[in-house]
Design a protein around this ligand. Sequence first.
Ligand code: IYR
Length: 229
Amino acid sequence: MSIKKSIDINGFKHVLHEHKSFSESQMLAKSKTYFRWLDSRRSVREYAKTPVSKEVIENIIKAASTAPSGAHKQPWSFCAISNSEIKSKIREAAEIEERASYDSRMSERWLKDLAPLGTNDVKEFIEDAPWIIVVFKQVYEIEDDKNINNYYVNESVGIAAGMLISAIHNAGLVTLTHTPSPMKFLTKVLERPSNERPFLLLPVGYPKEPIYVPNINRKGLDDIAVFYE
Ligand code: IYR
């Protein structure tokens, strides 16, 4: 029996997908190598001013855009900024919010939890990194002047952000997830439409050298996984 190249479901075309799987030993080796490689990623807070080509950033964004999303709405926009005037505007506005957060909005407990990471309200990386990517979520689509809500927006954009981070690591670059709060100023500075909300800000570039990162441990499998066999 010949296998059809495409079939019809609910009147929509479904095409034959060629899935590539591996032998047990290849799978073991690949899964271990991938874990080790991801485990070598660290959030970096100090950046070299060394430029990164636009094409690399385009590829990284395209990789993130392969993320699954609710009803395949792809409810994201990735704003990539290398323009130094815009980066300065963003840094200035982010630091105003962060100063207020670190000075009075964050609890003692929160500040204590952040102390080992060495974060503070000074966000030099926004100007130093050659690129800043601001991820926006599209909470709704505008169709015939009507707002149509998207589905599972936070889940979808969160997955895309994770894939963006691994694409950055794969390119030999570093990033960190910065969450200035509130982030409304980004909508204004970047002139985004009313259906978009800022989700994350990520500097992208090379680390300043030498670079030091907090001596943290990741939770072990026993602390994060529960198996039901
Ligand atoms: N948004 C602040 C504070 C901050 C919060 C968390 I949760 C972190 O993991 C790190 C920092 C900032 O970006 O500095």
